[in-house]
Design a protein around this ligand. Structure first.
Ligand code: ZN
Length: 328
């Protein structure tokens, strides 16, 4: 015995029969020498054996009750779906980064295998997957819209460069296809366009008006740029006869309406129109003189050179002067 009344020396283990130092035994105050009868190594071994036995028992149990367990699991899963979902969502939220990193790593390492398995799983549960996806979409319409918008915004540059890249690569092909499609479906497309226009007439007018108002300078500049472009000149030259014909046809067809409209407009804006006409006559602006030349010469507005305009202005001034003197 030492000072604290504890046994010091050696003792024989009842399990392995080996003589060991007292420190190799655990304590048990109920025994005479205050030490366990089995040494620590034997007790540990026994504990391990026990664990193995338990493991084996459950393994055997699972094997024997496979169907029962499966049935139970399925039932549990069904009955606690909400709880399980909530739980997994909670875990996902908590460990988002960790999970995403893990999945990334896994995909890098076993990408092909995972894809194959996902594919198989998807095909096996095709209808179910579709139904789940549909249900999700219906339930989360607004969220999806918002998320999609954010996603598009975030990847705007990438998408537009991808689109552009694709377009550049397939330009000829795409244009041919488009032209073919338009040709084949001309009637239908025209009909649809008209229908669409009629349906949204007010809205379209309003939005065009609003756009013009908001971007007036830009719109004006663009229009001017277009009017001065070679493409526009070519178009006017090319379509001269057809436009004249169409315009005449249109005027004849709508002559009454035009008259009415013009009269209506004139009555409504009489004072301003008279003032404007007087101003124009007094001012002899380039536009006014140009219109005057074009009317009696037949030369298109754009093709009248500046020096002719200046000359014409002088003639007009002389005529006006003569007229005033006559009436005076
Ligand atoms: Zn022992």
């Amino acid at each position: 015995m030492d000072g604290k009344g504890e046994f010091v020396g050696t003792k024989i283990c009842v399990k392995c029969g080996k003589e060991k130092d007292s420190t190799a035994f655990g304590k048990n105050k109920n025994l005479k020498d205050g030490l366990r009868s089995q040494c620590k190594a034997c007790r540990s071994q026994e504990y391990q054996n026990g664990k193995e036995k338990i493991k084996e028992y459950w393994k055997e149990y699972r094997k024997k009750n496979k169907d029962k367990i499966k049935e139970y699991n399925e039932k549990y899963h069904k009955e606690n779906l909400d709880k399980l979902r909530k739980n997994s969502r909670k875990i996902y939220k908590r460990d988002k980064q960790k999970i995403s990193d893990y999945n990334k790593k896994r995909r890098l390492e076993n990408g092909d295998e995972i894809r194959k398995r996902d594919n198989e799983r998807y095909h096996k549960n095709h209808d179910h997957c579709l139904a789940v996806a549909r249900e999700y979409r219906e339930k989360n319409q607004e969220t999806i819209k918002v998320k999609a918008k954010i996603y598009r915004e975030k990847n705007k540059d990438r998408f537009s460069s991808l689109r552009k890249e694709y377009y550049d690569e397939h330009r000829e092909e795409l244009l041919t296809k488009q032209a073919e499609f338009r040709k084949e479906n001309k009637e239908e497309l025209n009909r649809r366009g008209r229908e669409n226009y009629q349906k949204n007439k007010e809205k379209l007018k309003q939005s065009a008006k609003a756009y013009r108002k908001k971007n007036l300078e830009h719109v004006k500049a663009k229009a001017k740029e277009y009017r001065q472009s070679k493409a526009y000149q070519d178009y006017r030259e090319r379509s001269k006869d057809q436009r004249a014909k169409k315009s005449k046809e249109y005027q004849i067809k709508n002559v009454e309406r035009f008259r009415e409209k013009a009269k209506e407009y004139y009555d409504k804006n009489k004072v301003e129109i008279r003032q404007k006409e007087k101003n124009n006559r007094d001012n002899l602006t380039d536009v006014y003189v140009r219109g005057n030349i074009s009317r009696y010469s037949g030369i298109p507005l754009q093709q009248i050179p500046q020096d002719i305009i200046d000359l014409r202005r002088i003639i007009m001034m002389i005529k006006r002067e003569i007229k005033t003197r006559r009436t005076a």
